[in-house]
Design a protein around this ligand. Structure first.
Ligand SMILES: [Fe+2]
Length: 174
């Protein structure tokens, strides 16, 4: 069995030894410059990529690599908690909720800057993320617990569909 690289293991240990309530502080305090993310990156002109760094029963750490303009569909989080730490670039986050007539409406948005942590869960409704930066962006996503499927808005049918989440690369050696 290969070992998780030491610097990622340090973050994994911190997360394993803290509760979800501490995760925002753990991510804010962690020195991400100690991690060389190059070996874990992958890039595609078709779609942002999801690269698994670590996954166990309690949480998963995924590196997302975004080319200019790439974005997620509008989606929920299957009852789980989601933190995003923006490592590089700039993201646009748009929040959606159902209005009284069950129409999906964008009700808030924010620009996420490098080194910023954001949090999302189903109590806040749905969101989408877009690389709003001229160049590439790179974000680290922490899901507790891991998310296998999520409600994802299908633009064609204008309905939410269940989407299974896959990894483009997987460096998790456990
Ligand atoms: Fe999300």
């Amino acid at each position: 069995m290969l070992e998780t690289p030491e610097n990622i293991q340090k973050l994994v240990d911190l997360l394993a030894n803290n509760s979800n309530e501490e995760y925002n502080a753990v991510l804010n305090d962690f020195d991400f410059s100690t991690i060389d993310f190059k070996p874990y990156q992958s890039w595609s002109s078709k779609k942002y990529t999801r690269n698994c760094l670590y996954k166990d029963l309690n949480f998963e750490l995924i590196l997302l690599c975004w080319e200019h303009g790439q974005e997620t569909p509008i989606h929920g989080h299957d009852g789980e908690d989601c933190w995003v730490y923006l490592l590089e670039g700039e993201m646009k986050e748009v929040f959606f909720n159902m209005d009284d007539n069950d129409n999906l409406i964008a009700d808030d948005s924010q620009t996420v800057e490098t080194n910023q942590v954001t949090f999302m869960d189903d109590s806040q409704g749905f969101h989408k993320l877009k690389n709003g930066h001229d160049g590439r962006s790179m974000s680290l996503h922490l899901y507790a617990k891991p998310i296998e499927n999520c409600e994802s808005f299908d633009e064609k049918s204008q309905q939410f569909v269940k989407r299974s989440l896959n990894f483009d690369t997987n460096s998790d050696k456990y």
